[in-house]
Write a protein of this length. Structure first.
Length: 161
């Protein structure tokens, strides 16, 4: 095997790194809302924070569901409901797909694709520790790809010299 072939063989994008690595690159705040709040309040908070979902927590701060822009479109707008009078509990998704911080980004990507979700709460020892979005995963993978390409260029340039 030539040196160039050996270098190219090593050029692998690491998507088996833990979900925790992607969480470390983003804001630590997990935006939550109570189930008895109005949908209007939820949408306003999402808009102000520039996010696509809120985690719904009960009075003990335990995961109760998730409300997303998709829920709002499908369960309020399309059904002709009033966002001021509709409660989060009436439209939130209660069968929430979650993942642990030690699971791999590969696992997260597969789950998100199979379950058709864009956001997954990250749960550790029963506690909410973060939210992973498909955007977070793509950002992390693209960063890894950029670093791999840069490393390959440097190594190949050094080999050619």
């Amino acid at each position: 095997m030539t040196t160039v072939e050996a270098i190219l063989t090593e050029a692998v994008i690491d998507i088996d790194q833990p979900v925790r690595a992607a969480l470390l690159e983003k804001e630590a705040t997990v935006h939550t809302i109570a189930p008895d709040q109005s949908v209007h309040s939820a949408i306003t908070r999402m808009s102000e924070a520039g996010i696509g979902c809120l985690i719904v927590v009960d009075q003990h701060q335990k995961l109760a569901g998730i409300i997303s822009e998709r829920d709002y479109c499908r369960k309020v707008i399309l059904m002709g409901r009033n966002s001021h009078g509709t409660r989060v509990r009436d439209i939130m998704t209660t069968s929430v797909i979650t993942i642990g911080p030690h699971a791999s980004l590969r696992d997260a990507m597969e789950l998100m694709t199979e379950q058709r979700v864009r956001h997954m709460p990250v749960i550790e020892d029963g506690a909410l520790v973060g939210v992973l979005s498909i955007g977070d995963v793509v950002k992390r993978v693209l960063g890894e790809q950029r670093d791999t390409i840069r490393s390959l260029r440097d190594r190949l340039a050094g080999h050619a010299a």
